[in-house]
Design a protein around this ligand. Structure first.
Ligand SMILES: [Mn+2]
Length: 318
């Protein structure tokens, strides 16, 4: 019997697993990747008696492999908040899926564990840009503003670390990052003691300083569109810069198109935070698109579809 933990390589995926493995420590094989690498079940082989936990990746995008593994006899526990489509009914599948725009996988796990490792859930929620939900969950911790702000920063940095075309773009591969924070029951102790927090903070600040020099290609009261160059720093910040811009201008939708080295673009879309709607519907119209209502993306937008994307983006958010 083997245990396999399959998780998104961003803050939410890592913090969801962190809570589960603090609650129930076990030896497991880790399957993860950059944030955009969500077809993770494709990489899993398992059979009867094996246990798979899947965190923070769309069931809809993993549907065929989910069926394959269930049919092979594996037991699967699935927690997520991305678009799922029909959730299969199967005796070996336990699914906790909630796509409402105010929750994330770390918060779903937090509820399941009755707030046992709430501070890590708060980190994950901040990472996914759910500031309101994160602060709400954090009331149980009774923290002052300063430590709460540290949890928020850790969430942002862990999330930032997930973005890149390959793990080569990242400061830390997500499985390594998980293993380094796993010994810490308290994220504030991790921040205090581990060198990783300082390294991520430095990388984030350097990359964001470059991002702040960018000017939008198009800008109205309702939306802004940015183009980013084909460079690792741009691939690392596209998502967190999108979150940052969304917080700065909550009435506005944002699209960030980052040029890929081999042509085409990787796209991040942020719905206006004031409405948190439409981003996933827009991105799912493109073959490599997906995400959630407030934040979605397209992994590879071919050059010849850029105009179409911009027309649809403006159409939704004008
Ligand atoms: Mn998430």
């Amino acid at each position: 019997m083997v245990n396999i933990d399959v998780f998104n390589g961003d803050a939410d995926g890592i913090c969801a697993l962190q809570q589960l493995r603090l609650h129930k420590p076990l030896e497991s094989t880790l399957v993860t990747g950059v944030k955009r690498d969500i077809n993770l079940l494709k990489r899993v082989s398992a059979g009867a008696g094996d246990r798979i936990t899947v965190l923070d990746v769309s069931l809809d995008k993993n549907r065929d492999d989910l069926r394959r593994l269930l049919n092979a006899g594996a037991e699967i526990h699935y927690f997520d908040h991305h678009y799922a489509g029909d959730i299969p009914i199967h005796p070996q599948l336990t699914a906790m899926i909630d796509t409402s725009p105010a929750t994330c996988t770390s918060l779903l796990v937090n509820n399941t564990l009755q707030q046992r490792f709430c501070a890590w859930a708060v980190v994950g929620a901040f990472g996914d840009n759910f500031d309101t939900s994160a602060r709400e969950a954090a009331t149980a911790l009774d923290l002052d503003e300063q430590p709460l702000e540290q949890l928020r920063q850790l969430g942002i940095y862990l999330n930032y670390n997930g973005y890149g075309a390959t793990t080569g773009d990242l400061h830390f591969p997500p499985d390594q990052l998980f293993r380094s924070l796993h010994p810490y029951t308290d994220p504030l102790a991790f921040i205090e003691e581990s060198k990783i927090f300082a390294r991520l903070k430095q990388g984030y600040e350097e990359d964001m300083a470059k991002g702040h020099l960018l000017r939008p290609e198009a800008e109205t009261a309702q939306y802004a569109i940015y183009l980013l160059p084909a460079e690792p720093w741009a691939r690392r910040i596209s998502g967190v810069l999108g979150n940052h811009l969304a917080r700065e201008a909550p009435q506005r939708a944002h699209a960030l198109l980052t040029r890929l080295p081999d042509g085409g673009y990787v796209v991040s879309v942020r719905a206006p935070l004031a409405i948190k709607e439409g981003a996933d519907e827009l991105c799912r119209q493109f073959s490599t698109g997906g995400g959630r209502k407030a934040a979605a993306g397209i992994n590879h937008l071919p050059e010849q579809q850029v105009d179409l994307f911009i027309i649809k983006f403006k159409g939704i958010y004008s």
